[in-house]
Design a protein. Structure first.
Length: 131
């Protein structure tokens, strides 16, 4: 697993996130309460900052997962997939749920964002073990 695999895994998770949030765009906008324009699209949709933060964050997550995989001997597709699912479901999701619960955020937002964490980490796990 190299720096290239970390970048590729982070980018793959970011692309997956673009697809995920395209599929769940309408319920996510409703649950998140983001300000929208006249067409119902997020008002900050053309602001590059959230996109830059999200791709850098995905690469950071991939880097940490690579480190964890190396220490744990996770080196097959199956192990990468299961480990990614576990990291998303049992590390990321509880934090998301806790923060959103205290903030009084809707359950639908917890489910959509946690789903991305779970399956995005799975994508990272698969890519890291393939490259």
């Amino acid at each position: 697993m190299s720096v290239f695999s970390v970048i590729a895994a982070g980018l793959a998770a970011w692309v997956f996130g673009a697809i995920w949030y395209s599929v769940f765009a309408k319920p996510w906008v409703g649950a998140s309460g983001v300000v929208t324009d006249a067409n119902g699209k997020p008002a900050n949709q053309k602001n590059p900052v959230p996109y830059i933060i999200s791709v850098v964050s995905a690469i950071i997550v991939a880097g940490m997962m690579r480190h964890m995989f190396n220490l744990s001997g996770i080196d097959t597709l199956g192990k990468g997939l299961v480990s990614g699912l576990g990291i998303g479901a049992f590390l990321a999701t509880p934090w998301i749920a806790t923060c959103y619960a205290f903030a009084g955020r809707p359950t639908m937002l917890i489910l959509i964002d946690s789903g991305y964490a779970i399956f995005g980490c799975s994508v990272i796990g698969v890519v890291l073990t393939l490259l």
